[in-house]
Design a protein around this ligand. Sequence first.
Ligand SMILES: CC(=O)SCCNC(=O)CCNC(=O)[C@H](O)C(C)(C)COP(=O)(O)OP(=O)(O)OC[C@H]1O[C@@H](n2cnc3c(N)ncnc32)[C@H](O)[C@@H]1OP(=O)(O)O
Length: 428
Amino acid sequence: MAPAALPAGYAFRGLGPGDLRAVLDLDTWAFPSPHALDDLERLPSPLTWSRTVGVEADGTDGLAAMHSSYPFARFPVPGGELPVAGLTWVGVHPQHRRRGILRAMIDLHLGRCRERGEPVSALFAAEAAIYGRFGYGRAAHDLRLAVPRGAALREVPGAAEHTVRVEHATRQAHGELVDRVHRAAGAAPGGVTGVNRPGWATRETPELQAHFWEDAPMFRGGQESRRIVVVERDGQPRGYALFRRSLEWEPTGPRGTVRTGEVVALDAAAARALWGVLTDLDLTTQVHPFMLPADDVVSHLLADPRAADQRLADNLWVRVVDVPAALAGRRYAADVDVVLGVGDARVPANAGTWRLRAEAFGEATCERTEDPADLELDVRELGAAYLGGTSLASMAAAGQVVERSPGTLAAASAAFGWPLAPVCSWVF
Ligand SMILES: CC(=O)SCCNC(=O)CCNC(=O)[C@H](O)C(C)(C)COP(=O)(O)OP(=O)(O)OC[C@H]1O[C@@H](n2cnc3c(N)ncnc32)[C@H](O)[C@@H]1OP(=O)(O)O
């Protein structure tokens, strides 16, 4: 299929910093916002301008649509890192919707990913029904909890040996610490060696860093400014949690809530120390962590996990843009030798049969073959399985992966899995 073109009367235009106001105007048409453009314009933009594309309509001022992507040069995939395009700021003005502008933007994006040598694209979906049709699969989930104050936690040796700092969170004081601990926690989650955390993207560009640390009062939603707990052992930071509190006085007394950002620790003892602090803040009754891994340590530490009202939400969606580069660029949790018959309506170069060979946790190869497919699947399901968090067998049970050679599905499912659940700890 040829890439979708924009409808007649529309044209793409590369955007730059001088377009910020038009971008914010379009963005607040796509995502309704109570904030004035003048106020939004003063905040640091996270965009990488060289990857930001607008759509203009003949005879109309402003933008009809836009999209951008973040250049993740070192995006964690199972057992390695690859260049990945983080698709973001996708918006179409309500005046111009449902006439194929998004479809044309996606095809432009996928073509540019291939030109830039980015074999994978990932995103957070505003609505879950949008991106499957374009070959993005639901690749990761995150855990949402409401942990009661004082929830009993299982003990971990060494937790009590940490000292605790509770401070205002600033880039100047904590930027380097947060980056260092975050990267280390993704490379060896919980101190487990030989297994990384797929999807654990870092804020790689200066624009993303500036945007992350901005703590504009207009976005606090009635909560306090951003705070941080740092736990240290022998004078070295071993974990941090970003958080904000809010407080309401009720007839029964104070009812405060703690909302966390990232809660990241380098080992189990540091994690236990952090959760001990978060669940014991005065005047609060509940802790709401944001976007933990589905297998986060806290789910194992809670004596009564049911009391924490656990839910899963979709996290990263993944699109395999270049099948051989993506499949050879990750590692597998078991030996595998399988022929995949891949369907791809938008990227014809991906379609066809591919032989994937790998040794458990070793190098992988992926080459075109004339051999018949053992498994048939659409690139959407390949994307869902890619980070190791959605099993091929579970998608086969739903009729979305078809096993042609008996026995190959179980073996490939084990190989595509990963010992730790994929997640991204922040929304991009
Ligand atoms: C990664 C991110 O940035 S996520 C942010 C996405 N942006 C938003 O949610 C902001 C508000 N929404 C919008 O800006 C727009 O409605 C968009 C971007 C979601 C869709 O743009 P449009 O130009 O209207 O989409 P387009 O006309 O190309 O539609 C392509 C197909 O997707 C479908 N589609 C589009 N939006 C949706 C949706 N929200 N839910 C379900 N299906 C959708 C269309 O029906 C169409 O289906 P078809 O292929 O069967 O004909």
